[in-house]
Design a binder for this molecule. Structure first.
Ligand SMILES: Cc1cc2nc3c(=O)[nH]c(=O)nc-3n(C[C@H](O)[C@H](O)[C@H](O)COP(=O)(O)OP(=O)(O)OC[C@H]3O[C@@H](n4cnc5c(N)ncnc54)[C@H](O)[C@@H]3O)c2cc1C
Length: 536
């Protein structure tokens, strides 16, 4: 074997996976066909549960510094052509990060390299073959073709994933006959900026920020930083849209003219791109020793969520893959990656497909639906429900075993914790991406059970201001594997805890079973020099 894990694609999903695998003790090798980091942004930012996860990894300060803007509650979010307003909610239902994708990828690249991941740019995977317990890839590198083998291969190679195709994993779904064209630009003095954020366009009149529908399509715009606008048109056009093909200013201005029936003069243009919408999900996220994450596994017909879902795939997969590579994974652990993340992807498809239904209708009935929808979302509970769907914060994985605490399967809340050494938080404890047993009620009976797994998990005792449970078992992806109710008797609590520990973290220490761990013997300079061998 040349490597334990090869990751194909150094986009956000691949780079996040590389960093997480390093935290879990596995040295991955990333092969990226582009010779350099991406320069043109696809996403301008992201939101949702991944923001909290980045906080749990101690990365949010770096994200904020790279963004140049403070990370804060999202005051609004687009949903199917209407603008949801969260500004009236006292505590924010989701957080948003303004960070163009190239800067996010640079940050994740730096972080993965600091942790020791090997990232090789200019290496395109052209073929994939799978054997009993290994995967081989054919690669076109800067110095010619070569072949590498690894125990596992993860396709993070985007929507047109070659890994997915070569593995024969179907990617069923729909391509919508819709083209979206985006421009980031200033407007010249001939276009007046109105007090409400709108624009007075010569020959057309005022246009409000948000979405304007005409019988030719939709025009939308909003403010980015001072003076810069993000403008978009949406038109129905049949045929496949190549998101990566460049778009000219003339193409964008022609589209604006078709939709608005007037010319919109533009000043300095800093970005032009075009994208289509598909709703697709890979039938399986795993085929033998090949796995998929990010856009290779799913495509959503709405913006703003691809990075959240894709990076969370990587976080879910990394520790499970590390357990298998480390030789201690309980049976079926790796399959829970498909179960959990396919479920999360299906939820994302559900809400983005609903957005299509809201967005695409052009007749008065569709307009009525949008108006009614907006009216209902003025109420707090529906607004929170939709925000949770968009953010993916409503995901609660089904947990095996007898404990069915309300928190089991949910993302661990960021509790402030008081210990003998001072104050800390769940977020701080999760920086190393290790599983955590957190005793919140001084329960030596439960700590005693957890101690049999102390070779795999960190054990902490603390007091929380608002104690949601007597104790929590938190997986490295921050989801709660088990929780003890307040005052739960030792008998039931300890039994359920041991079940959870066995399900997620394998056999207890000193169970008499000898284990073999692969050992990396080299990792220098070129992909081909990476190899590992069993311990002597
Ligand atoms: C215009 C536009 C706007 C968007 N806006 C947002 C937004 O606001 N918020 C948001 O969350 N999402 C947004 N998205 C979606 C987001 O960009 C994607 O979800 C995200 O890029 C997916 O990341 P990924 O790592 O899975 O795949 P990708 O970013 O597609 O990365 C895949 C990588 O694999 C490499 N690769 C492919 N094939 C091979 C091969 N054979 N060998 C080696 N390397 C290979 C590619 O070069 C690429 O670097 C937007 C998308 C577009 C097009």
């Amino acid at each position: 074997m040349d490597a334990d894990v090869i990751i194909v694609g150094a986009g956000a999903a691949g780079l996040m996976l590389a960093g997480e695998l390093r935290l879990a003790g596995v040295r991955p090798l990333v092969l990226e066909r582009q010779p350099r980091l991406r320069e043109t942004p696809k996403a301008n930012g992201f939101n949702g549960q991944i923001v909290e996860l980045l906080r749990y990894r101690g990365l949010l300060d770096r994200v904020e510094a790279a963004s140049g803007r403070s990370i804060g509650p999202a005051p609004a979010a687009p949903f199917g052509g209407v603008q949801l307003d969260f500004s009236h909610l006292a505590d924010p239902p989701m957080w948003a990060v303004h960070l163009p994708q190239p800067r996010l990828e640079r940050l994740l690249d730096e972080r993965a390299r600091e942790l020791g991941a090997g990232i090789y740019r200019g290496h395109e995977v052209t073929g994939v073959s799978q054997y009993d317990a290994a995967v081989a890839v054919d690669v076109r590198g800067p110095e010619g073709p070569y072949r590498m083998t690894a125990r596992y291969l993860v396709g993070c190679d985007g929507a047109h994933s070659r890994v997915r195709d070569k593995a024969g994993i179907p990617f069923p779904g729909i391509t919508y006959p819709e083209v979206n064209r985006l421009a980031q630009a200033t407007v010249p003095d001939s276009v007046t900026r109105l007090d409400d954020g709108g624009l007075e366009v010569p020959g057309l009149g005022p246009i409000r920020p948000g979405f304007t529908r005409t019988d030719r399509g939709v025009f939308g715009f909003g403010s980015l930083t001072s003076g810069v606008l993000l403008l978009q048109t949406t038109e129905d056009e049949a045929g496949d849209v190549d998101d990566n093909a460049p778009m000219t200013l003339t193409e964008f201005q022609d589209s604006v003219r078709r939709v608005l029936g007037a010319d919109l003069p533009l000043g300095e243009v800093t970005r032009l791109s075009r994208y289509g919408f598909q709703a697709r999900q890979a039938e399986r996220y795993r085929d033998g020793n090949i796995l998929l994450a990010g856009d290779a596994a799913h495509q959503f017909p709405a913006t703003g969520i691809g990075l959240n879902v894709g990076m969370l795939d990587s976080v879910n997969l990394a520790w499970k893959l590390a357990a298998v590579v480390g030789g201690w994974a309980p049976a079926g652990l790796l399959d829970t990656y498909h179960d959990e993340r396919h479920f999360a992807g299906a939820r994302a498809l559900l809400q983005t497909q609903a957005q299509v239904a809201l967005r695409r209708g052009q007749d008065p009935a569709a307009q009525a639906l949008r108006e009614l929808f907006l009216e209902m979302l003025a109420d707090e509970q529906p607004a929170r429900r939709i925000a949770a769907l968009i953010a993916g914060t409503d995901i609660r994985y089904p947990m095996p075993g007898s404990s069915q605490h309300a928190l089991a399967g949910a993302f661990a809340p960021n509790l402030m914790l008081h210990t003998g050494q001072g104050t800390t938080s769940v977020a701080e404890l999760m920086h190393a991406a290790r599983p955590i047993f957190l005793d919140l009620a001084d329960r030596p009976d439960l700590r005693e059970s957890a101690r049999d797994w102390q070779h795999r998990i960190d054990i902490h005792t603390a007091r929380a201001d608002h104690r949601p449970a007597d104790a929590l078992l938190i997986r490295p992806d921050a989801h709660i594997a088990w929780a003890a109710s307040t005052g739960e008797p030792t008998g039931t609590a300890a039994t359920a805890l041991r079940e959870a520990l066995l399900s997620w973290f394998g056999a207890p220490e000193n169970d008499g079973i000898p284990r073999q761990r692969p050992v990396l013997i080299a990792d220098r300079n070129s992909p081909a020099s990476l190899s590992c061998k069993p311990p002597s």
